[in-house]
Design a protein around this ligand. Structure first.
Ligand code: SIN
Ligand code: FE2
Length: 202
């Protein structure tokens, strides 16, 4: 079993798990996913646009609009979500489970100035499986706390190729991305950060 390079408030972090060639190959696969299921700007139930753009791959995708947020079987434009790239499934099998595969791979794109407020991933039915998260492109300042919003938090800069596993008591930890260092990586020619999160929805 592969060991994390660090843990932060119960979250396992595997720094540099994907090498540069694996990262480039995955970006190519993600271009196909995004061509089939374009990135969109989610809006919160209160009508506020989120600063990240997102799409999904897998049986289910996560969406948010004026009706609230939920998992659904189709992209807001009506098409089914593309398949999760096989290298992403392989990563999940290495770090989570050989047999129970993720239902959803959420793809977040952070352009210049994008961030993600502190939240819990709790729209899934089943919390027994970890959430696996992979960072690509520009560095992002990831913040994690505990199961209560008021719990103390710690931060780490996530770099391209870093993988993070939120399981056990950390499955419901509050987390978010305070900011990115736009242009800090050359993986994406026009800059930005991609984060993939794989989830069992249940
Ligand atoms: C998320 O919580 O959905 C994204 C986390 C990240 O971008 O690292
Ligand atoms: Fe999250």
């Amino acid at each position: 079993m592969i060991q994390p390079t660090m843990t932060l408030r119960g979250i396992d972090i595997f720094q540099g798990l994907l090498d540069a060639q694996e990262q480039r190959a995955l970006v190519d696969e993600l271009r196909d996913v995004i061509r089939a299921a374009p990135l969109f700007h989610p809006v919160t139930a209160r009508g506020k646009a989120m600063s990240v753009r997102m799409t999904s791959a897998g049986r289910l995708g996560w969406v948010s609009d004026r009706n609230g947020y939920r998992y659904q079987e189709r992209h807001p434009d009506g098409m089914a979500w593309p398949e999760i790239p096989s290298s992403v499934i392989g990563l999940w099998q290495r770090l989570v489970s050989e047999t129970r595969l993720p239902d959803c791979c959420l793809i977040n794109f952070y352009g210049e100035g994008a961030r993600m407020g502190l939240h819990q991933d709790r729209d899934e039915v089943d919390f027994t499986w970890p959430v696996l998260s992979l960072s690509l492109g520009d560095e992002g300042l990831f913040r994690v706390g505990g199961a209560d919003r008021s719990d103390e938090t710690s931060s780490v800069w996530l770099k391209s190729g870093d993988v993070l596993r939120m399981g056990g008591p950390a499955r419901l930890a509050f987390h978010g991305v305070d900011r990115i260092r736009f242009g800090s990586s050359r993986l994406l020619p026009r800059g930005g950060r991609i984060n993939l999160t794989m989830r069992v929805v249940g």
